[in-house]
Design a protein around this ligand. Structure first.
Ligand code: BF8
Ligand code: SF4
Length: 621
């Protein structure tokens, strides 16, 4: 494809051109080499769950219709989907576990670099979990809370406590369906068990476990991650920052934090302000130290400190190709292993930090809570000492950078509304805000980078739909200038007036992908305030360019929570008519919401608007 077909973003196009000129390979080149992609894989009808296989079902009905064990396309597709959900839920929830373990160690004085940043949130969360805080020190409360949260992972009986935030009607429905999540780890393990050869072999039965596992992520793991990170690092509040490759500095040391866990990136941001390292930077001839984020760890520091973001998922390689990065520091998730070879073409040091995640050609600097700040300083020092190795002839930093306004946690949104959801509810009732669109998710080389994100969101705000965003969609929107109050010029008259009155953008950045839990909380608040179920709200979700297993888990819990969701790239389920029609229709009569698949962002917006119209009508609006 031509460069403009790879990305709509000018900065990215410039660096793609540089890559071409330098003969550097990117994800787009590797995608081309994969074509045509395996159609059995695309349809989800290939099974490798035992060593009699691999088995595959002939989608045209001429060849094999059953695997060796007798599994049909329906069974194979459902089992594969369940494993995908399990992997996604595991990624979010294992991240959450590490946050809670850090929190626990902090409370015991074993993680000196961390402290309780938001005591009010600590106390309110503790009381939600039934922990009495009177007469206890904040650290004692934190310790008790950490123990309770850790039990949510390994719980052997009862259900997840987090789900008490859900409207009564929804909780009752889950209980009736038998999908109220139990222990977080338990749901994931049970998925692996059920998909072993000869266990669960009914597509519907398998998928119900998928819904339960998704819910254990959204209302469990992801929500715990968000809450604990807020206590440790603060609840995000509105602030301004800048995004895109142009945030890289030509005269400062550029340190990229890429991955997902603020446990690391928070420390790097702090270390970059250390006088000792700033002095060293000066000695190395640099004008300072510039930390910029990529992917969700970038979203975390953006939301809490206004640290700039260099790009979203498909810009990680491009950032290196600018030739301006001294260190690419990564932890877990969405980090391309290609960065190993790629950083070798430039002076960039590729530093891996998670005990769980190593990559080719990295410098290992394992990160442990006990000496978090010390390690962060060593990492930043490595970057600073690398500054003199920057090769000026190889450096191209695009001038494109865009201002944005971020930091819209549920708490911040409520306070922007004056402390109560009432003004938003009134705006929805009056029709100025026609509905709410939650647009989230990744980039995917199968579609033009940022095209789906930006066009879908623009179409929604044009139609007075207030958009909430997280993850790589949020970064795409920021790059397109949609996260500014001025972007309300692109909104319909109703939304424009509301944004002006409140001084907010028409697209609200709510955080990283685990922070989709903030969207869940917000929808619960609105539903409870109106006295309806989440599925009654004039709201719809979308993931226009999704690719990760985490996104599948997210889609599953969003739909199971009652929100219609449009996917922009096609999931590997079309090989089963039964599974496909359940996901895109049948689920409506089960959980009151379903999926749709629509690659064209304008048509996707239309589907969301139709859904919102129908919900408004049902509410008598
Ligand atoms: O957790 S949106 S590409 S970075 S998976 Fe990954 Fe997808 Fe981006 Fe954040 Ni979320
Ligand atoms: Fe084939 Fe069944 Fe084994 Fe899957 S579990 S590989 S369908 S025999």
């Amino acid at each position: 494809p031509e460069i403009y077909e790879k990305s709509i973003d000018l900065a990215s196009q410039k660096i793609l051109k540089k890559a071409e000129e330098e003969g550097i390979e990117t994800a787009w080149d590797r995608y081309e080499k994969q074509l045509p992609q395996c159609s059995f894989g695309q349809l989800g009808v290939c099974c490798r769950n035992c060593n009699m296989g691999p088995c595959r079902i002939d989608p045209f009905g001429e060849g094999a219709q059953k695997g060796i064990c007798g599994a049909t396309a329906d069974i194979i597709v459902a089992r594969n989907l369940l494993r995908t959900i399990a992997a996604g839920a595991a990624a979010h929830s294992d991240h959450a576990r590490d946050a809670v373990l850090t929190f626990k160690k902090m409370s015991e004085g074993e993680a000196g670099s961390y402290r309780i940043k938001d005591e009010a949130k600590l106390l309110s969360l503790a009381s939600e979990y039934g922990i009495v805080s009177e007469g206890k020190s904040p650290k004692e409360v934190a310790s008790r809370l950490a123990d309770t949260l850790l039990q949510e992972f390994g719980k052997q009986d009862g259900h997840l406590l987090c789900t008490r935030r859900v409207p009564e009607s929804r909780l009752k429905l889950w209980a009736e369906l038998g999908i109220e999540p139990r222990g977080i780890d338990r749901e994931i393990v049970e998925c692996m068990h059920r998909t072993h050869i000869g266990v669960d072999n009914d597509a519907v039965h398998i998928l119900l476990q998928g819904l339960r596992t998704g819910l254990s992520d959204g209302w469990g793991g992801s929500m715990i991650a968000t809450d604990v990170q807020d206590i440790l690092f603060g609840i995000p509040q509105p602030r301004r920052s800048t995004v895109n490759l142009g945030v890289l500095s030509k005269d400062k040391v550029n340190v990229i934090v890429h991955g997902h866990e603020p446990i690391l990136s928070e420390m790097i941001v702090e270390a970059a302000e250390d006088p000792e390292l700033l002095k060293l930077a000066e000695e190395m001839g640099a004008a300072g130290i510039n930390v910029a984020g990529i992917c969700c760890t970038g979203n975390e520091t953006l939301m809490r400190h206004g640290t700039p973001i260099a790009g979203n998922f498909l810009q990680q390689e491009l950032a290196v190709i600018t030739g301006a990065i001294e260190a690419m520091v990564v932890d877990v998730q969405c980090v391309m292993p290609s960065l190993g070879e790629l950083t070798g073409c430039y002076h960039t040091k590729f530093i891996s930090t998670s005990p769980k995640a190593d990559f080719p050609n990295t410098i290992r600097m394992e990160f442990h809570e006990g000496r978090a700040y010390e390690t962060a300083k060593e990492i930043v020092r490595t970057a600073v000492e690398n500054f003199p190795n920057r090769v000026l002839e190889k450096v191209t930093i695009p001038e494109e950078k865009q201002e944005c306004m971020v930091g819209f946690s549920a708490e911040a949104i409520l306070s922007a509304l004056g402390g109560s959801p009432d003004p938003l509810i009134e705006a929805i009732k009056g029709g100025a805000v026609w509905g709410i669109g939650a647009v989230v998710g990744c980039n995917n080389v199968k579609v033009t980078h940022n095209y789906g994100h930006v066009n879908l969101v623009k179409e929604l705000i044009k139609n007075n739909v207030l958009v909430v965003t997280t993850g790589c969609n949020a970064i795409a929107c920021a790059e397109a200038g949609l996260l500014l109050p001025e972007a309300s010029e692109l909104a319909g008259d109703g939304l424009k007036a509301v944004c002006r009155a409140l001084g907010i953008p028409p697209v609200l950045h709510m955080g990283s992908c685990v922070d989709i839990s903030r969207i869940l909380v917000l929808s619960s608040v609105l539903a409870n305030y109106l006295g309806v179920d989440i599925s009654d709200l004039p709201a719809a979700g979308a993931a226009p360019e999704w690719m990760s297993e985490k996104a599948v888990s997210i889609g599953t819990y969003v739909v199971s929570s009652g929100v219609f969701t449009v996917l922009g790239t096609i999931p590997a389920v079309l090989g089963s008519q039964a599974v496909t029609s359940l996901l895109t229709g049948g689920l409506n009569s089960v959980v009151g919401a379903s999926f749709a698949v629509e690659p064209d962002p304008l048509k996707a917006a239309e589907l969301m608007l139709e859904h919102i119209d129908a919900k408004r009508k049902a509410l008598g609006l």
